[in-house]
Design a binder for this molecule. Sequence first.
Ligand code: KIV
Length: 278
Amino acid sequence: MAIERVTTATFRKYRAEGKKITMLTAYDYPTARLVDDAGIDAILVGDSLGNAVLGYGSTIPVTMDDMVHHVKAVVRGVQRAMVVADMPFLSYNVSKKEALRNAGRFLQEAGAQAVKLEGGTEVAKSVQKITEAGIPVMGHLGLTPQSVHQLGGYRVQGKDEAAAKKLLQDAKALEEAGAFAVVLECVPVPLARLVTESIGIPTIGIGAGPDCSGQVLVIHDMLGFYGQFAPKFVKRYANLHENIMQGLQEYRCEVENGAFPGPEHGFGMDEEVLKKIN
Ligand code: KIV
């Protein structure tokens, strides 16, 4: 039986029914398969690729070509979830035309179903241009990591009156421009609730409390892949660092002491053949 794909209509339906939308990041084929098999509704190929996978200190060095390469791998591993491709730094800010061309690459070349971009009123025209071309756009407000230098660090946004008002206006501008959902990152819980109640499209929270229409986390954080610091809003659902380290150290020991490979891991051969070549 064909698996029914999650679409923007599914997002609208879930929001109307009060059913929470689940989203996680993934950047490669095996992880995408796991996330999809677990029934997660949407996979964000985030530009957090830069920090989580490519070893950069921020998302800023990530390029369109990096993203397309990873989105393609994720798409190959997914049957049900919506694949959302994150538009990297400066791929949508230079002109509306360039924004549309880059968004188009994610659907045409990489096979994603939607794109995500950071910002509010200032990117609304680009959002409109992209959605008018039939490409679903997810907005991203609050802590927008591509603006980390302007924001002065990774910190909670929308705490004072002016910033909270701007965030609410930005969410409305994104909805008006045609966005189908908006990520709220590191936003106070009451503000995220107010935004969620004030717009007609789903909000997806990360560090924005329980009242958003759905939640997203970076998969390496929630599975404890790095085993060190994780932001306050992350809950660890596994400790992969510990599990993987245990496996790796056991392998090293067993190779060093000769316990691996055992007889069960080897292949025999005909004694007669062996005699002839000896
Ligand atoms: O790049 C990313 O992973 C994101 C999420 C943190 C929302 O933008």
